[in-house]
Write a protein that binds this ligand. Sequence first.
Ligand code: BDP
Length: 695
Amino acid sequence: EDGYDLWLRYRPLPAGIQARDRAQAAALVYDVDRHDQSIIKAGEEIERALAGMLGAQVPNYSQSVVPGAILLGTADEPRIKALNLPLGSLGSEGYVIRSATIDGKAVTVIAANSGVGVLYGSFALIERLQRGLPIDGLDISAAPKLKLRLLDHWDNLDRTVERGYAGQSIWDWWKLPDFKSPRYTDYARANASIGINGAVLNNVNAKADSLTAPYIVKAAALADVFRPYGIKVYLSARWSAPIELGHLKTADPLDPAVATWWKAKADEIYAAIPDFGGFLVKANSEGQPGPQDYHRSHADGANMLAAAVKPHGGVIMWRAFVYAQENPEDRAKQAYDDFKALDGRFADNVIVQVKNGAIDFQPREPFHPLFGAMPGTPLMMEFQITKEYLGMATHLVYLGPLYEEALQADTWAHGKGSTVAKVIDGSLDHHALTGMAGVANIGSDRDWAGSTFNQANWFVFGRMAWNPDASAKTVAGEWSELTFGPNPQVTSTVVDMMTTSREAVVNYMEPLGLAHMMGTGHHYGPAPWVHELARPEWNPVYYHKADATGIGFDRTKTGSNAVAQYAPHVAAMFADPKTTPERNLLWFHHVGWDYPMASGRTLWEELAAHYTLGVSQVADMHGKWRSIQPLIDPERYAKTDIFLSIQQREAQWWRDACLAYFASVSGRPLPAGEAPPARSLAEYEAVTFPYEPGK
Ligand code: BDP
């Protein structure tokens, strides 16, 4: 088994369960004359699942209901209408699954207000079957809490993928629009099965070419494949496209010719893709052009584009990931500094896309201070699914706990309980436009994401975009059952590994609030020593500020005062090292090497202990994986086993290199009992990766 089937494996169920389920899955009934493409896809998926799991080719009826039928339909389907199901509050994407009786026959009804809702309900029923759960006596209703549930592909037109570690881009632009790889359909199935309803096709560091006629036709071909699965396409828009493509002299958002150019461009796209989702924009960040080049604000820029897509129902997702100007004092403050004052000034079809933390997708960051600080503006969450800073494809790191930690963080914007989840689901400040984006980890690799466990990150992202209050641990269990089969020993072992893995990577890379100590460019290995790059905030030494006296970034009022960007309760907590959670200590404070920690150890001892613990946590994960070898198929077992060996070696490398470096800057010996690094600091500093993936 090579992982291609993801969590939609549909392998045969045990004989006893097959016998039980066959009675409840005896036929499929839906009205084909309605030509609802999503319901037709739902029917196809159920047929495929039943054939695989039950070995049953179920008959397919349009009209008659038979005992044990699965009936699919929308609210206006006469037999469904007669059941008076509680569909009213479930919106256009929610669904009901109900065990019911129609004409005296026991059936399972999957009903929704749209075909896509029926498709989501069908995947939910299939999931129950896959996990060996009974499908009688059902009364389930579900609806997504967020409106936009999107994958952001950082895919370039030459098929390289920025920060992608799973091969080339899944989009074969060269062969599109004619050849639509079957992989596109399987991509859509997988996404629909976890409720993802949009894909931004191209890199945020965008080329204007994506907006030219030939590429619009290619994007339209993908949109046609995705449409029945409820997935809209979006494009990253290059701010300077009016100059590059339209030969205008300016891209000033307040210049009428610029607005006219974008309006015509939007009209052209919508003519080819009537349900085009809209644009994602990275502006005035890392060298990208933007409205500030013309002394206009991010709101001026976003609103001009918003007007272009508004007549077609499109949205603008405007990124708050900005660090364009020289801001040597504290990079973590810039997004707030640029955006806070714009609160309430964005058009109603603009949503500001904010990364989970204020710096950049690190193994651990405190929640971004913009969450809760812009009540008059819808904010969407941006997570990274691809593991740019967490060991790329090979390290086993389940991101569910990272997502959960960010979503459950309390902003205190309106007092206790003002979680980030409530900010982004719109409930805190009453916004209808809501969303979550994940930077995709998908590529042309046979197993899509580069490793079996990376698939779990795609999966949990979908689950949390559907419900930001979902539990990472519960989702890990569901994913394990779908991926390895519902064997309790496998599930408990795999869930253990997954729930430890995020803390392990924090420990062996950046414990106690450290950040951005990865090597230049590749962001893979340790390089806390780097100090010579042109801009101060490109250097790891800028982030950890270790010297002979201590370590950490002072973000209190004696330093950058970034703590003041949080609501008063949170600001007060982070302002004092005694009330700052130790996991965030060095993010907010510069403390002495002998600073006393809760454990009774000094900071230096604690830091070393965390690094060493991280290495042993990886060894534990590896041991756990080996303990279930007989229960896992050989191909997927072996790949994970080898990857865990790589991770073990590299966790050790991270520990050794960082401790060697911190011992040298602090002028201290390693704490008693800590094993010395395997190599000299100079040897670690000499490691380079000229051809790393993901560039
Ligand atoms: C950084 C990545 C860079 C992206 C940037 C972004 O290193 O490749 O372009 O994020 O989010 O973390 O725009």
